[in-house]
Design a binder for this molecule. Structure first.
Ligand code: NAP
Length: 483
């Protein structure tokens, strides 16, 4: 039995690697906290040892630049060690214990212990835009390993050589630590059919995905069409509204405009948290801010995008927004730039009514671009936020005072986003316990979970209640057994 939905010899390579991960699951899932944390720490050390070579390959394949890539590699090692610390603290092996209470129910009850078990092998689709932090050894892999799940990595075609090197590095660490190679398996086969086959494989227990809405929905459907559907943790797109309230412009428009322009163009706009929708008041300050933003964007330098397909995708998305009725182009590219590898930043503008009425304006432009929406008042600001589907973030500038209007705005923001910022810019996502990187669909297919931060471990754990269990059965799930 290879797949729940169809069997075919064309995917022997995938089947063989899923078999490796499946074969390693029993050993790795039962491994102690010490074994799991040593693996995570070993991967972080190896990553740092080979940093110079890995960053050079990554730069050749992604054009993201050595500064960004060194920072991202450091973050990846940091988060591997952070997950190791959580494993050592027993987060993945925690118990909730209710002692027995004599007497009849509902007050009377048996002894119950809620324990957590790894789900099983996780198919992990690497993201294009984080060649370290959300690729072979990135956050999805680290959180699955921390939970005791083996991983089958599907590399992204945007950085193939880097992915192979990272997998070879992982293989060395696994050998050094005496762990089976299937703990981090790798499927070097790219096609839509191959991806669907992997998600449909009977021995895959969950999927982690970051990428496009179209690709994510196709794979989410495949996960749900299985005879035995499995959890699909997908991050599929976000327009990240940023609301500029009048108070935010009290000291002028230039500094906030420069800060926002830098965030919109960071990494050539190829961030899931890039601010793509800017809500400003339709007044003199608002006009001044829009002008200053266009000016600040026009001076930003960009670099080639991750893949030619993403470059084309950006041009199409920007053209689609520009073609909508009621949209004014505030900053356009030259005809020459439309063909260049590095795109020029774009800025569009519309009014609240047009935005609310036209879903085409709610779509993500993955690249250095944003849409300004002019609003008359607080009520229109709320209308605009409510028209947005799920988003990873909403940023509120100038909402520090405790007023009914700010409370209403904060509630609306929390209604559509996984993270609400009361200052700063949404690009840059801290890795810590309190972090939430998700949100209502399409920001995430599972809005109760996060893909960044240590709570990401929860995605790959399955609770089981042990009733009147002997001590040995409870201890066996604590991750401290030596046998
Ligand atoms: P993608 O096209 O969704 O590809 C991601 C992975 O999914 C790839 O491994 C790809 O397989 C697979 N895939 C894509 N479409 C599929 C389908 N219909 N059926 C089965 N598998 C499929 O994402 P991308 O290459 O990273 O970027 C493309 C666009 O996605 C960007 O331009 C941007 O709009 C969006 N994106 C958004 C975010 C975000 O965080 N919001 C991040 C990255 C990308 P193959 O390897 O076989 O192609």
């Amino acid at each position: 039995m290879q797949t729940e939905n169809h069997m075919t010899a064309a995917f022997g390579h995938i089947d063989a690697n899923v078999a490796l991960a499946h074969g390693a699951q029993a050993t790795y899932g039962a491994a102690s906290r010490a074994v799991r944390s040593a693996l995570l720490r070993g991967l972080a050390d190896a990553l740092e040892r080979d940093a110079a070579q890995l960053v050079s390959i990554a730069d050749e394949e992604t054009s993201l630049g050595a500064t960004r890539l060194n920072g991202e590699l450091a973050r990846t090692a940091f988060q591997l060690r952070g997950f190791a610390e959580r494993v050592e603290a027993g987060i993945a092996n925690r118990h909730v214990d209710d002692a027995a209470v004599p007497g009849a129910p509902p007050a009377g009850r048996p002894h119950l212990t809620r324990v957590h078990l790894p789900l099983g092998p996780v198919a992990m689709f690497s993201a294009s835009n984080f060649p370290f932090a959300f690729s072979v050894l990135g956050g999805d892999t680290a959180s699955a390993l921390a939970a005791g799940c083996t991983v089958i990595v599907k590399p992204h075609p945007g950085h193939p050589e880097l992915s192979r090197r990272m997998h070879a590095l992982a293989g060395r660490v696994l050998r050094e630590q005496g762990l089976p190679e299937g703990v981090i398996a790798f499927v070097d086969q790219a096609s839509r059919e191959a991806a669907v086959h992997l998600v449909g494989h009977a021995d895959v227990a969950a999927v982690a995905f970051t990428g496009s809405y179209q690709g994510g929905v196709a794979l989410w459907r495949a996960a749900n069409a299985r005879r035995r559907p499995i959890p699909f943790y997908g991050e599929l797109g976000s327009i990240n509204p940023l609301v500029v309230l009048p108070q935010a412009l009290a000291e002028g428009v230039d500094t906030p405009a420069a800060t926002l322009a830098a965030s919109i163009t960071m990494g050539c706009g190829q961030f899931c948290t890039s601010p793509g929708l800017i809500v400003v008041r339709d007044n003199e300050d608002g006009k001044g801010f829009a002008q200053a933003l266009a000016q600040a964007l026009s001076t930003q330098k960009s670099h080639p995008m991750l893949t030619a397909a993403m470059r084309r995708g950006f041009e199409n998305a920007a053209a689609h927004i520009a073609a909508q009725a009621g949209v004014r182009v505030r900053l356009a590219a030259t005809a020459q730039n439309e063909e260049a590898a590095a795109p020029a930043p774009r800025l569009f503008e519309t009014d609240a009514q047009t935005f609310v009425a036209n879903p085409a304006l709610h779509e993500e432009m993955f690249g250095p671009a944003a849409l300004i929406v002019k609003v008359r008042d607080e009520a229109q600001t709320l209308d605009v936020l409510r028209a947005v589907e799920g988003s990873l973030t909403v940023t509120l500038w100038g909402a520090q005072a405790d007023t009914p209007a700010n409370r209403a705005l904060a509630a609306a923001a929390q209604g559509i986003a996984g993270r609400v910022l009361f200052g700063g810019v949404p690009t840059g996502v801290a890795v810590c316990d309190a972090q939430q990187h998700g949100g209502p669909w399409p920001a995430s297919t599972q809005p109760q979970t996060t893909s960044v931060g240590y709570a990401a471990i929860e995605r790959f754990l399955r609770p089981v209640a042990l009733q009147d269990a002997p001590q040995w059965a409870i201890a066996a799930t604590s991750g401290t057994a030596t046998a």
